[in-house]
Design a binder for this molecule. Structure first.
Ligand code: FES
Length: 116
């Protein structure tokens, strides 16, 4: 099923737009030239992830090295701060057990299209 989310310009301006897909909230997120989509319901207590903030995180590096990466690819829940990678949906703290469902997003004729 395809869901028209809005124009590329509008979704970029919003940063994150929540759409209802058969009663399930899905957050469509703009990062640079790309779009990502995740479940917009935090697995902890149900907050809207779209109300959270985007950032990066420290990535694996050598001993005594601190390398910041994944800029704009980590979303932090607005209620208690759980963090998720918006590309994989996996929790940064417990990636094997906790995550958000992800969806494919494309751009067609100037519109953002969510594939569910
Ligand atoms: S509701 Fe998201 S971390 Fe608690």
């Amino acid at each position: 099923m395809e869901v028209r989310v809005g124009s590329v310009e509008d979704v970029r301006r919003d940063g994150c737009r929540t759409v209802d897909v058969n009663g399930r909230p899905v957050g469509v997120i703009s990062v640079g030239e790309e779009f990502f989509a995740i479940s917009d319901k935090c697995p902890h207590m149900g907050a809207s992830m779209c109300q959270g903030s985007l950032s990066g995180t420290f990535v694996p590096a050598g001993p005594h090295e601190y390398v910041y990466g994944r800029a704009g690819m980590v979303i932090r829940c607005p209620w208690h701060g759980w963090e998720f990678d918006i590309e994989s949906g996996r929790s940064l703290l417990d990636p094997k057990r906790v995550g958000l469902k992800t969806y494919r997003v494309t751009q067609e004729d100037g519109e953002v299209v969510l594939h569910v």
